[in-house]
Design a protein around this ligand. Sequence first.
Ligand SMILES: Cc1ncc(COP(=O)(O)O)c(C=O)c1O
Length: 369
Amino acid sequence: MQFIDLATQQKRIRGRIEAGFRKILDHGQYILGPEIKEIEEKLAAYVGMPHAISVASGTDALLMPLLVEKIGPGDAVFTSTFTFIATAEVIALTGATPVFVDIDPDTFNIDPDQLEMAIQRVHAAKKLTPRGIIPVDLFGQPADYPAIQAIADKYKLFVLEDAAQSFGASQNGRKAGALARVAGTSFFPAKPLGCYGDGGMIFTESQEMRDQLLSIRVHGQGIDKYTNVRVGINGRMDSLQAAVLLAKMEIFPEEIEARQEVAARYDRLLAGVAKTPRILPGNVSAWAQYSLLHSRRDEVIQRLRENDIPTAVYYPIPLHLQQAFAGLGYGRGDFPVAEKAAGEIFSLPMHPYLGEAEQRLIAETVCRS
Ligand SMILES: Cc1ncc(COP(=O)(O)O)c(C=O)c1O
């Protein structure tokens, strides 16, 4: 059994991918070829944002907007402690300080009440300047943007949506990637929309931000590549990855629908056995992961492994306890909800091609543990 079945998906679109690759081999524009413009336009329209800027990874998609905002030493950027390292890593890379916040126990997303308290604490300490918030749409479910945006407006902070796991999700009819004024997503192969390497996309409302991002993407270029008006990076996605995404977009809306069915089936089969995911009213998840809490997690994982059922633990160590952030001075007990989740959470196989028989076997094995 596959944790994520990319092979079945590939069988459906292999011809289109090969045709896309052949086109690139013929025109030879491996960097910023016509496929790049095509995928940017397609995804901007899908998400409902005026501008989409393709980049080399989801990490760059988060780093580059921080560079535009001129985030740096002395600034505080608030984010969840229960996320992939990249969300906080980009804050630290600018020289700013990540300020961690605990999560909501039901959604695993940043807790807006805790967020406001953290902002107030930083204001009161007068050491750092609060500048922005990076909410994460963990496992594919959008964070609570209405509450977060109200806090951001109150304290004059920007919001950068980490939509790395939520491409295809929505909140109150708006697509993930359009839930804040700027968002970054990832096309790492295992993501709901994945390419065959690294890739990412930034979505923004602002023409001015778009122009700066295009410059940052190519080493801070001005009128051309050898006129450099700011410090940037090499943040381009390559044309071959865009061709994969163009092929996958043909079936993506259908796959998002299939993910809803798979998740609903898990919900039914596992009700009363483990704590199943809670999706808030108004949210549709992209179901990047289907994660359960179980007090005897390791036994359940072992039993699943014995039956050749793969699992994963996202995330075993919250970021405030990672060695990389030891210098920030956090300790065990600082964020109890995230720490409890880290001790009990695990994810089951999740992809649009998971069949009912496989899900029954998974659920029975969880039940027997
Ligand atoms: C929440 C989150 N943020 C950021 C990233 C970074 O994306 P990438 O691996 O494409 O750099 C990932 C995924 O890997 C992620 O899960």
